[in-house]
Design a protein around this ligand. Structure first.
Ligand SMILES: [Zn+2]
Length: 258
């Protein structure tokens, strides 16, 4: 059986750490600068991602989540410097919005060869105070390498993408999702933030790295988004957020993902 984590190198100083054995297939991106490293998402927390990170860098690491959903913060407890967008600070610090049983249902929603010794019944969502609370536009200076936070609400109120201007690479979290993208929070429409600034012009030309399922979504994405926006209407009155496909039509259902 393959190890829990699969590590692949995107560039000499950039790695993706994936959890392919679980149906979420989470991807965490390690960006290493001259002075510091940034880990974008920490995965499910089933195995210790810190040990994997230590194999790749000896730089001090800041862990930041694209958003505070359980499958993006599982390893947060292994790091001593956590960063979070201001709108989800409370979700990290004692006010996670889903009950533990709902998270465990998602964790075990599909068969999974969990590692020996792991008990899904005892799974807990990480909660702990962040060391850095940031807003849209915050720049993480890693030393010779800058990563910019881009607030992209919809899937969650504080969802952020992380963008490297010099490399034109976008770490998209759950904004780009193979199949369906659930959006529960304002602005509830991709059209309202697409295009939202001159930065978006670079997004469509560079490489896009989603946080789950497939990290190889090819650019350009712009025509897919616009095609989806063209037929989009705000279903706020339905009581449930819309599901927006950023890929070809899929037979999969749109689970209400936490
Ligand atoms: Zn999510």
């Amino acid at each position: 059986m393959r190890p829990w984590f699969t590590t692949e190198q995107l560039a000499p100083d950039t790695w993706v750490i994936s959890e392919y054995r679980h149906w979420e297939e989470t991807h965490c991106y390690l960006l290493i600068g001259a002075d510091r490293a940034l880990l974008i998402d920490t995965g499910l927390g089933i195995c210790n991602i810190y040990d994997e990170v230590c194999k790749l860098t000896d730089k001090p690491v800041t862990a930041v989540a694209t958003h505070i959903h359980w499958d993006h913060i599982g390893g947060h407890g292994e790091f001593d410097r956590l960063a979070v967008h201001e709108l989800e600070r409370n979700w990290l610090d004692g006010h996670f919005p889903l009950p533990p049983q709902a998270v465990r249902q998602n964790l075990t929603a599909r068969p999974c060869p969990f590692p020996d010794g792991f008990d899904p019944a005892g799974y807990q969502v990480f909660q702990g105070p962040p060391q850095l609370v940031f807003q849209d536009g915050h720049r993480f200076d890693l030393g010779g390498r800058v990563v910019e936070a881009v607030h992209t609400p919809g899937h969650s109120p504080g969802h952020c993408c992380f963008y490297e201007p010099e490399r034109r690479r976008l770490y998209a979290g759950d904004l780009i999702y193979k199949g369906c993208l659930d959006m529960f929070y304002p602005p509830r429409t991709l059209c309202s933030f697409w295009p939202r600034s001159e930065r978006s012009a670079a997004w469509v030309c560079g490489r896009c790295c989603p946080a789950t399922i497939s990290w190889t979504s090819p650019p350009p994405l712009s025509h897919r988004w616009r095609r989806g926006c063209a037929g989009w209407s705000d279903p706020v009155s339905s009581g449930r957020g819309p599901a927006f496909s950023t890929s070809a039509p899929s037979s999969s259902t749109c689970d209400p993902r936490p």
